[in-house]
Design a protein around this ligand. Structure first.
Ligand code: HEM
Length: 503
């Protein structure tokens, strides 16, 4: 049986082999100066060289073969970029040529055929949605309008942790932080609280990210991959995740459309409905309009919950391992806030060391270490190499932020490195790109940074943190999550015992 399957697979894979050979010959004919590629296997290409933590194995490859590399993942050409200079060429010099997104099966389904912002290829729809996002959804004024939600939710979490502090019980900090960022995004988007609902948000976000982060076998191996996809029932898995998330979104959108709804405070769905009312496109049906709103909600959930939670969790992990830095951050906050009881957003401007801690965390632990994959729309030259259209580009911002060429003692967590340099988070310093850059850069930097700073500041202000009995600070595990996902978090839970600062 096994031999039969092998023979059938080889026969079926033959066309792919021929396709690859033909393409190679064509490139040679056209005398293109292609980037270097590590040795590849027939059919698989370089797939076997990707380990359990892709950004880390890509880093090893780039150390060996250079900062601009062309991989072949099955039939998919992937340009791997691992230097600030090359990142600048992609994200600034050739931003237009490189600003599309690959149209993969999973993202197509979950984004209602690319009606969203984050996964949509470059198109009129994307330009329109991006404009709405920047001007309406995440403008400084709108971010400010959600301030009361952030402050109320952070206060609720601090009260919850205080209860654990009273009983000196360890808390799973990652779990608490995730539930907080989830609650903020839930209220901001839907206008109602997540509390009391039986939705397992963490599981759902993880399932969605896995679908969006992966390729199907058919994408790697045209003509034959569908057999593997059939065996692994990938379509059914995607469909299941889609149904789950769609039913959540459909219900809240319908609630917003009920006649007589009175809105005390405009949430994201209200804003999106208002922008759609202003549009005159008669062709679009009501269902299409709803789909567009749901697609954007998907982006907001994915873009906002995990990224912010991962950042705060790594910041706490790094600080607990370095008590001297933890104390320095706490002293700054406590001196500034006094006995007020909570850090508010008005205090954040004065917390310069806290800001350095956040930057240093994003340098060593960017939540999206390879950004979101881009795709070239037309030919361009990067680093003097010819890049074909329809090449996927992965920018390894994780590796760039550890390059000794730009960073002294790059592996060390040392927030002070940001004290006297002007490197900021806005995507103009290509050695530091946790939010990406250019046309497809994160449109919600302000919102991400404020939420991160407010939560971290309150965790540091309200509590001292101890490792559980029998453990030492240096025992805390620093491993990253394994697997295919757009974001990468901490692999093991961070269990800490809170001690109240103000009794
Ligand atoms: C610490 C927090 C955050 C980090 C580190 C982060 C990081 C990123 C990164 C790396 C990208 C891809 C950029 C590229 O491909 O060049 C991105 C895109 C995006 N982010 Fe964020 N993000 C954060 C917070 C948020 C929040 C709070 C939201 C929304 C509520 C959000 C919404 C989006 C959207 C919609 C995109 C897609 C943009 C496009 O393709 O045009 N992000 N983000």
């Amino acid at each position: 049986m096994a031999v039969h399957t092998l023979i059938i697979s080889l026969v079926l894979l033959l066309p792919v082999l021929l396709f690859l050979l033909k393409r190679k010959a064509k490139d040679r004919r056209e005398q293109k100066q292609l980037p270097p590629s590590p040795p590849a296997l027939p059919i698989l290409g370089n797939l076997h060289q990707i380990g359990a933590i892709p950004h880390s194995s890509f880093w090893q490859l780039s150390k060996k073969y250079g900062p601009i590399l062309l991989l072949h993942l099955g039939r998919i050409p992937v340009l791997l970029v691992s230097s600030a200079e090359a990142a600048r060429e992609v994200l600034k010099v050739h931003d237009l040529a490189c600003c599309s997104r690959p149209q993969l099966t999973g993202s197509r389904k979950l984004t209602y055929n690319f009606l969203d912002i984050g996964f949509s290829p470059y198109s009129e729809n994307w330009r329109e949605m991006r404009k709405i996002t920047v001007l309406e959804l995440f403008s400084p004024k709108r971010v400010q309008s959600f301030r009361f939600i952030r402050e109320e939710e952070v206060a609720y979490l601090m009260d919850l942790i205080t209860q654990s502090a009273v009983s000196a019980a360890p808390v799973d900090l990652g779990e608490k932080i995730f539930s907080l960022t989830g609650s903020i995004l839930f209220r901001m988007s839907f206008g109602k609280s997540l509390r009391g609902s039986n939705l397992d948000l963490k599981k759902l976000v993880h399932e969605v990210e896995t679908v969006l982060g992966g390729f199907t076998a058919n994408e790697y191996f045209p003509y034959v991959g569908w057999i593997l996809d059939m065996i692994t029932r990938i379509d059914a898995k995607v469909e299941k995740v889609f149904k789950k998330i769609d039913s959540v979104f459909q219900q809240v959108v319908n609630d917003h459309l009920k006649p007589g709804r009175t809105e005390k405070h405009q949430d994201i769905i209200d804003v999106l409905l208002a922008t759609q009312r202003g549009q005159t496109d008669q062709e679009e049906t009501i269902q299409q309009k709803k789909d567009r709103i749901k697609a954007v909600l998907l982006n907001i959930f994915l873009g906002g919950i995990d990224t912010t939670a991962i950042t705060v969790l790594w910041a706490m992990t790094e600080l607990v391992r370095k008590p001297r830095l933890m104390k320095k951050a706490q002293d700054e906050i406590r001196n500034c806030v006094g006995k007020k009881g909570r850090v508010t957003e008005d205090d954040l401007d004065q917390l310069q060391y806290l800001k350095m801690v956040v930057k240093e965390t994003l340098r060593l632990h960017p939540p999206a270490p390879l950004l979101i994959p881009r795709e070239t729309m037309f030919p361009c030259k990067i680093g003097g190499y010819d890049i074909n259209p329809k090449t996927i580009i992965q920018i390894n911002v994780w590796a760039i932020a550890r390059d000794p060429k730009y960073w002294k003692n790059p592996e060390e967590f040392f927030p002070e490195r940001f004290a006297d340099n002007s490197v900021d988070l806005k995507g103009q310093n290509f050695e530091f790109l946790p939010f990406g850059s250019g046309r497809r850069g994160c449109p919600a930097v302000l919102m991400g940074v404020i939420t991160t700073e407010l939560l971290l500041a309150n965790l540091l202000y309200c509590f001292d943190w101890k490792v559980p009995d029998g453990m030492k600070e240096e025992d805390i595990d620093m491993e990253e999550e394994v697997g295919v996902s757009l974001t990468v978090g901490k692999k093991t839970p961070l269990l800490l015992v809170p001690v109240c600062y103000l009794q």
